[in-house]
Ligand binder design. Structure first.
Ligand SMILES: NC(=O)c1ccc[n+]([C@@H]2O[C@H](COP(=O)([O-])OP(=O)(O)OC[C@H]3O[C@@H](n4cnc5c(N)ncnc54)[C@H](OP(=O)(O)O)[C@@H]3O)[C@@H](O)[C@H]2O)c1
Length: 289
């Protein structure tokens, strides 16, 4: 029997990218669930799924990701990003399932000046970041064998994201304003999906690398949202003017960290993962849009 890999949140950016590449890994039996098929906040649904499939892996791509809305919908955000993750970890512990859970750069306050290492002090500046940090804590508290991958600025040809919003706005308007004082690194969800599969594969290789704990994953190099938007414009050869503005000129309900770049050396070194440059990955994604 092939090892079963359960993936929650199959209609999200990461869930869809995982679905696209899963067919290339016929040594695993991937089973994907959307919110209706498996609501991770529903304890008994979780129990039923574990009992039925006894998975070797559970990849949690489900999350409450509406950063601004989370300021008002606190209970819902906490239930999905924190409580549910604790319950998944408990089930994983009971069934000896390896949990791969996805977290965020928003666990940091952004006051750092150097790329954040996995053990740097966390201090979220918005409620979404707080719920994701609680999810990390509950995952590790209930199952010390969990692998947590923090990622940042995720985009894909799927779902709603910065790249697709920029494309739409640049086609509709002659000029747009984009903040240039928030620095970080974009993550192409397809690259993250491939890294996750690489981690899964590592557990089955002769190396048998288990290595639980927290990891950071993004594409390489540090840029601003303005740099990101300009790259979209240049690659797509659009005429729209992109103006740099400070964050203070673009108020949002949830505060964002002004710096959230990652030190990704741990994931690269532990699992032998080759991190791609952000622009090369952006080009690959835009070629499909
Ligand atoms: N997007 C980013 O920029 C970013 C940055 C850093 C970290 N991350 C993390 O990366 C991971 C993947 O993000 P993503 O961009 O792929 O997110 P996404 O596109 O928003 O996908 C999340 C998926 O989870 C589903 N979901 C929500 N509540 C659920 C529940 N109770 N049970 C089951 N499924 C549920 C959503 O369904 P509905 O849409 O129907 O609600 C959606 O399909 C998340 O953990 C996120 O926190 C994302």
């Amino acid at each position: 029997m092939k090892p079963v890999i359960i993936v929650s949140g199959k209609n999200g950016q990461l869930g869809k990218e995982l679905r696209d590449i899963a067919s290339s890994y016929s040594n695993f039996d991937f089973i994907f669930f959307d919110k209706n098929e498996l609501n991770i906040a529903d304890k008994s649904s979780l129990q039923n799924i574990f009992q039925k499939y006894i998975p070797a892996f559970f990849i949690n791509c489900a999350a409450y990701t509406a950063v601004d809305k989370a300021e008002a919908e606190k209970e819902n955000a906490y239930s999905i990003n924190a409580e549910a993750v604790g319950n998944i970890a408990k089930q994983c512990y009971q069934y000896k399932t390896k949990l791969i859970h996805i977290s965020t750069d928003y666990v940091f306050d952004g006051n750092g000046k150097q790329p954040y290492k996995v053990d740097d002090i966390t201090n979220p500046v918005n409620y979404y970041g707080y719920t994701k940090l609680e999810g990390e804590r509950l995952a590790l508290e209930n199952n010390a064998d969990t692998i947590i991958i923090r990622t940042s600025w995720v985009y894909s040809k799927y779902g709603n994201n910065f790249v697709k919003t920029m494309l739409r706005l640049m086609n509709e308007r002659s000029a747009i304003n984009v903040v240039n004082d928030q620095l970080g690194s974009p993550t192409y969800a397809k690259d993250l999906a491939e890294a996750i599969i690489e981690i899964v594969n590592n557990q089955y290789s002769v190396n048998n690398i288990q290595s639980p704990g927290i990891y950071h994953f993004s594409n390489k190099e540090i840029i601003s949202w303005f740099d990101f938007a300009v790259a979209v414009k240049e690659i797509k050869q659009l005429d729209c003017i992109v103006n740099p503005i400070p964050t203070s000129a673009y108020p949002t309900p949830a505060k964002r960290p002004s710096y959230s770049a990652f030190d990704t050396s741990k994931i690269a070194g532990t699992f032998n993962i080759n991190l791609k440059n952000w622009k090369a990955s952006l080009q690959e994604c835009l070629a499909q849009l």
